[in-house]
Design a protein around this ligand. Structure first.
Ligand code: HEM
Length: 157
């Protein structure tokens, strides 16, 4: 059975999600484990169909990798290493807003999630707890999608 399911992002539909819990953070291997998981994920992104969204220069990409990983460490209950959001601003809203600068459609989201699925599969940890993280990224990634296909006008009327 496919454990890591993807349901489509629907324009205007309310998205509910929960942040991964402390059990996940411990099982993934804490800060060090998160780094391993996320660096692998970004290595897969670098080779993926959505690599063009990200810097091509290896040094610049390495910076993105390190910075973004800090967010995920913090989001999963680790130390507050990610300092990009303005003081007091809600991290989730900041993150949604941040992605508005990129034209992300469902195809890009699915590719992004495909890299995450692959990285999670390779990470040695309790299989059931992987779903805790997966459910978070699967849902939250819907909020990064900002390009939806236009309905075709009916040519007969
Ligand atoms: C669970 C969903 C996602 C989370 C939590 C997430 C998280 C992040 C974070 C923390 C950053 C760094 C923001 C900063 O520089 O301060 C970022 C940047 C970015 N994300 Fe996402 N992301 C998600 C989904 C996606 C998806 C689906 C795409 C599809 C293309 C995407 C594309 C990007 C791009 C292009 C950047 C900018 C990289 C750069 O600095 O050049 N993200 N994301």
């Amino acid at each position: 059975m496919e454990r890591f399911k993807i349901t489509p992002a629907v324009k205007g539909e309310k998205v509910t999600f929960s942040n991964p819990g402390p059990e996940f953070y411990e099982a993934v291997g804490g800060e060090e484990g998160m780094r391993k998981l996320m660096y692998h994920f970004y290595d897969l992104i670098y080779e993926s169909d959505i690599h063009n969204f990200f810097p091509q220069d290896p040094e610049a990409f390495q910076e993105v990798k390190e910075k973004n990983t800090k967010f995920f460490i913090q989001r999963c209950g680790g130390p507050k290493l990610y300092n990009e959001a303005d003081a007091g601003e809600d991290l989730d809203h900041y993150m949604m807003r941040f992605h508005d600068d990129f034209s992300i459609n469902e195809k890009a989201r699915v590719e992004w999630l495909g890299c995450m699925r692959e990285a999670l599969k390779k990470h040695e940890m309790d299989e059931d707890l992987k779903l805790d993280f997966w459910n978070y990224v699967e849902a939250f990634s819907k909020l990064t999608v900002n390009q939806f296909p236009e309905k075709r006008p009916n040519p007969w009327f």
